[in-house]
Design a protein around this ligand. Sequence first.
Ligand SMILES: [Fe+2]
Length: 387
Amino acid sequence: MPAYHRLGELPQKRHTQFRKADGSLYAEEVFGTEGFSGNYSILYYHYPPTQVKKIAKCASGPFPYEIWDEEIQRHHHLQSTQLASGGDAVLGRQVLMFNKDVQISLVRPREEMSYFYRDGDSDLLYFIHSGQGMLESTFGLLPYHEGDYIVIPRGTTFRFRLESGAESVFLVIEAHGSIESPQRYLNKYGQMLEHSPYCERDIRRPQELVAHTESGEFEVRVKVGRTLTGYWYDFHPCNVVGWDGCEYPWILNIADFEPITGRIHQPPPVHQTFQGPNFVVCSFVPRKLDYHPLSIPVPYNHSNIDSEEMIYYVNGNFGSRRGIARGSLTLHPRGIPHGPQPGTVEKSLGAERTEELAVMVDTFYPLQLTSIAQHIDDPTYPYSWLP
Ligand SMILES: [Fe+2]
């Protein structure tokens, strides 16, 4: 829930006449969550957003996958660098795991989006592992680059523009509800608290609004549930001349997350970056390690009794793990403990810094792996705690 923001031209008072140079009215849209009780923005369009000329079924549904029914409970190490690249930044997503609240996928896009996209029921969180470009939306332009977390609220019409050069690799979290800053980082007025690991100044908002008034053939693919529908317009969907409110896409770079450290080991909640429906997202960033003279800097063995723990390894050397590389993804599910692998505790003693960079998603309901995950699974990982 980022702070109030405004861009472009607005009438002095909401829900009043706002006219173009030719005297006709702009079309107002209230873009709101939780009925009319949640966060919202108000947008003013050159063309009414309702004026669709053709509705068509898309050739395929979104993100095809099959469930991997493994029939045993065990730890997993998925080697995501083995995933094929291709497709675009949205429909090229390869779903690795999911539950009723959240879907986790990876995409290594190679194609530009020939359409705009709107997720009708899920907020999206894109973590930009590598690559840069522009997120174009009805709220304006948001340039992105490596290390960015991009929050795209459900209902937003957008497309990614990839910048050629660096290879693009995105971790994508789709949530059936709001992805937002943790409530416990906010004061009762909604301002980020002095001790929260990031604050309003670290958040990047759309800064440039270009009202595209040109006509032509434009498709917006709308996803709701397992249905993808093509909405065709004869005008550009990004024809907003002004908007204001508290619901819009925004960016936090992982390098702007200020780590909280201590004399002895700090638990994962100090790394929390976002909250979503029945899950949290944490950032493990380069930081000073625990400084008690007898501290053990790597984590203790732990059983996450009521959660599943997915970690995506972004960069650096992850102190408590062996055999993990950039792009590795581990899943430590409920029911079985996990912890530092042999040798890593002794090796960590006396270390003063870690350069690890990783993104963790803890879900409160079990995650189901897909057949795509099965293809990149390292079956020896559950035995990696043997001496
Ligand atoms: Fe863990």
